[in-house]
Design a binder for this molecule. Structure first.
Ligand code: HEC
Ligand code: HEC
Length: 290
């Protein structure tokens, strides 16, 4: 390189580095929004034990045993600091670890698989801006045969269709955005749809409530059936409940739903909450009282 060219090349490199740092910031900013919409913090933070954000260890009780969420901070040893972008995308899209292991569906990748590639990558960019916490993972406490990861492969074959949401003809942008936030990011069906004996979602009762949702709590019917669902709620009532955690009758939403609101829906824009309400009101009404 000629001595004259060197400063020019150096300057161009600096400029490029500046651009890419800016692109990185924008990606992390978008990622923060979708990260909150997806409620990652709720499960990956052991709030009851005053654990650091995303450092894992929160117990999740299920009929199959107790799961302990892993550390997903950028710590290189205990978290996901050394993961490539492709590793992160594969975890959310396919429910698979960097070494190929299948994740248990207590990690709701069954919903997150519906996220767009761009949203998953932005979410990773955001997580990488958060403090690393050197906290080792705790083992799950699962009974036989649920402790066998290979069994998850069979479960996924029966219950899991990887890939983003397909477009639906004849639906407008608001409904489509609402469906994305409810089905992909908000993973609302994971608690509000009943499960069969093997833990698969019963799609004929989509969003019609579950007697034994997460942690054994009953989650109500969100379809617009007037007697057993949200038929009497207006779209404004639904958006209000998701923003402030309060029902139209003035009651507060309880434990698990309170966390969904606090870490998730309360941080969304009014337009997004309205879109979620539009999607819920457009569901086929199902008579089902969990
Ligand atoms: C309902 C609780 C729950 C929510 C919500 C949740 N996770 Fe998890 N996650 C888990 C559990 C449980 C595991 C462990 C699965 C296993 O061991 O097979 C896990 C595993 C992971 C892993 C793999 C970590 C490793 O060390 O292999 C990543 C990455 C991850 N989650 C990221 C996320 C992100 C990003 C979000 C939000 C989009 C999220 N999780 C939301 C429960 C949850
Ligand atoms: C971790 C499990 C869980 C997830 C995920 C979840 N919910 Fe809930 N939800 C509940 C539980 C439990 C209740 C009952 C709370 C109560 O009675 O105080 C509830 C109550 C509600 C209610 C009040 C309904 C009524 O009839 O009182 C609405 C509305 C609601 N959820 C919407 C949503 C939406 C929208 C999402 C997705 C963004 C969602 N929920 C995700 C567990 C969950």
């Amino acid at each position: 390189m000629s001595p004259r060219a060197a400063p020019i090349v150096f300057g161009a490199a600096l400029l490029l580095a500046g651009f890419s740092a800016q692109a990185q910031d924008a990606s992390a900013e978008r990622g923060a929004y979708i990260f909150h919409a997806a409620g990652c913090e709720t499960c990956h933070t052991d709030t009851a034990a005053k654990g650091a954000p995303l450092a894992g260890g929160r117990p999740l009780k299920t009929p199959f045993g107790t799961f302990r969420t892993p550390n997903i901070t950028p710590d290189p040893t205990h978290g996901i600091g050394t993961w490539s972008e492709a590793d992160f995308v594969r975890a959310l899209r396919e429910g698979r670890a960097p070494n190929g292991d299948h994740y248990f569906p207590a990690f709701p990748y069954t919903s997150y698989t519906k996220l767009t590639d761009a949203d998953i990558k932005d979410m990773r960019a955001y997580i990488l801006t958060l403090p690393a916490v050197a906290k080792p993972n705790m083992p799950h406490e699962l009974g036989f045969p649920f402790n066998i990861r290979l069994g998850v492969m069979a479960w996924k074959w029966l219950n899991f269709t990887p890939g983003p949401l397909p477009a639906v003809a004849g639906k407008d942008e608001v409904w489509t955005r609402g469906r994305y936030l409810v089905e992909a990011a908000g993973h609302c069906a994971e608690c509000h749809t009943p499960r069969d004996r093997l833990g698969g979602l019963v799609t004929s009762k989509w969003m019609a409530g579950s007697a034994d949702g997460a942690e054994g709590e009953s989650a109500p019917n969100l379809t617009p059936d007037p007697a057993t669902g949200l038929g009497e709620w207006s779209e404004e009532d639904i958006a209000f409940a998701l923003k402030l955690g309060m029902k139209p009758d003035g009651d507060s939403l309880g434990s698990l739903m309170a966390e969904v609101v606090e870490n998730g829906t309360s941080k969304l824009t009014d337009a997004d909450l309205a879109a979620m309400a539009v999607y819920l009101k457009a569901l086929p009404p199902i008579v089902h009282k969990p």
